[in-house]
Design a protein around this ligand. Structure first.
Ligand code: KG4
Ligand code: ZN
Length: 331
């Protein structure tokens, strides 16, 4: 069974071909135009998806060495995401589905990340997934492909958003995660300490908006020249606090649910310091923490094709043309 996956929920235009559960190709085009604006500009994102989608899908088909007519179903991200961006992928996928007379499978972007660990590993159920992306910071408990529930979430900003907003304060480019990671190299994590935020109403929940404000106040104490001189120390302290906060809550949830099988997925899971500190927690708690391959951490269509494939196997196919418009979730 050959599935074409399409992902256009934010600023990555991506297409992937999967055959019988194996990824044959995964083309990801990250729209670099947003970096100069310090964040994703929705109208530019949809325009660029429109320009790129044909090329990206053709390349995924060529790289996989298949023909368009070999595809048995199209899986597409139906949300959450930027509405204009989602519509480009959805309409393209719908056109293919009608033209080729094959099923159209609507996939939640979150499902994509939650099951991204299944692409190369055969991650056994049940597992906990710490989903850390630009829009979401959540811990889920997954018992099977059909049975999963959210345990805790952020009450304000997501961890990726904290990296992105922090980078903007420090004069770095978008996306902020890789920029802060780079800037932290050689920095002293103890010179500028940030406090791990505590959420009174539910200590398992995350909060990052105060952290960004603390960074703003700290940065205002320095001149531009001093800030550049202290950049690696400040970035290292800020990154450390985000990571420690994520791992602290994860550790609490592990204790509560007695699960030793963990997946950390989403864009922030590409962070190397985060991976290193997770391996320390792994040893301390005698648990197993899995990370997707780097290319499946940030947004990609392979994870969408994988969920589409599982849905096809289980006949859980949402025909988007009979779903109401409201089934497209906004970011
Ligand atoms: O999963 P993703 O590609 O898109 C969303 O679904 O949001 O995640 C993007 C987020 C951005 O906030 C970006 O700054 C962050 O992931 N990110 C990182 C790293 N690479 C991407 N954060 C920290 N360290 C990284 N290396
Ligand atoms: Zn994502």
């Amino acid at each position: 069974m050959i599935i074409l996956g399409i992902e256009t929920s934010c600023d990555e235009t991506s297409a992937s071909v999967l055959k019988d559960g194996k990824i044959l190709s995964n083309v990801v085009n990250t729209q670099l135009i947003h970096s100069k604006y310090g964040g994703v500009v929705p109208s530019l994102a949809s325009k660029n998806h429109e320009k790129l989608i044909n090329y990206v899908v053709d390349k995924a088909i060529d790289d996989a060495k298949i023909n368009l007519l070999d595809i048995n179903a199209v899986a597409v991200t139906q949300g959450p995401g930027l509405i204009g961006s989602l519509m480009v992928g959805l309409n393209y996928a719908k056109g293919l589905s009608i033209g080729l007379g094959i099923p159209l499978i609507g996939v939640s972007h979150l499902e994509g990340h939650l099951f991204s660990g299944q692409i190369d590993n055969n991650l056994r159920f049940p597992y906990l997934c710490l989903l850390v992306s630009g829009g979401h910071t959540q811990i889920w408990k997954l018992d099977s492909f059909n049975d999963y529930k959210i345990l805790c979430t952020t009450v304000d900003d997501a961890a990726g958003e904290a990296f992105d907003k922090g980078a903007r304060i420090l004069g770095l480019k978008y996306p902020g995660g890789p920029e802060i990671e780079k800037a932290s190299t050689g920095g002293d994590i103890n010179k500028y300490k940030f406090k791990i935020p505590f959420v009174k109403s539910n200590p398992l929940n995350f909060s990052f908006s105060g952290l960004k404000t603390a960074l703003l106040y700290l940065s205002q104490k320095f001149s531009k020249v001093e800030l550049d001189k202290e950049l690696s120390n400040i970035a290292a302290g800020y990154q450390e606090c985000i990571i420690d906060s994520l791992l602290k809550k994860l550790s609490l949830v592990v204790d509560l649910h007695h699960l030793d099988n963990i997946l950390i997925a989403g864009g922030v899971s590409a962070n190397k310091r985060f991976r290193l500190k997770s391996s320390i927690l792994e040893k301390e708690k005698n648990i197993k923490i899995h990370f997707p391959d780097f290319k499946y951490c940030t947004d990609n269509a392979a994870m969408i094709a994988m969920v589409g494939y599982k849905k096809m196997l289980q006949n859980d196919i949402s025909k988007l043309d009979i779903l109401p418009f409201s089934s497209i979730e906004h970011a």
